[in-house]
Write a protein that binds this ligand. Sequence first.
Ligand code: FES
Ligand code: FES
Length: 158
Amino acid sequence: MINKIKFTLNFEEVEIETSAVRRLLDVLRDDFKLQGVKEGCGEGECGACAVLMNGDIVHSCMVPIGQVEGKEIITIEGMQRTQKYSVLKESFEDAGAVQCGFCTPGMIIATEALLRKYPKPTDEQIREGISGNLCRCTGYNMIIDAVRIASQRGDGLW
Ligand code: FES
Ligand code: FES
């Protein structure tokens, strides 16, 4: 069955006609060509597909598009239009937290969600905030450093 679904995507109103059970991940990548949203595990375990839904991090591989009606979705492409993104990107680069880069969009989304909640997070809160996102390359210490640096540099942005 085909449904009309309206939502806000990267600060613009959008409407699509599609089956309500399709994954948000597929709609973003295939219909909207937002390739910064990655597919890793496809099972809600790795965070590569993370986006913000009404400001909270969600794994888009686990969200049927029918649940997105009326919501606000922000992907890494939307984040790239914000002033905060340059602080996040540079902090990740400076901390050596970007290696193969596969996890980076999801990590940046997780960091944004975390800093919205705790602008000055403790290391414990950072660990908790990125706990749904896997990185095969860095060990997590560099990512924790990156989040700490972003929180210091972005003073007042979150
Ligand atoms: S692809 Fe969605 S959590 Fe891994
Ligand atoms: S930088 Fe390669 S998976 Fe994280």
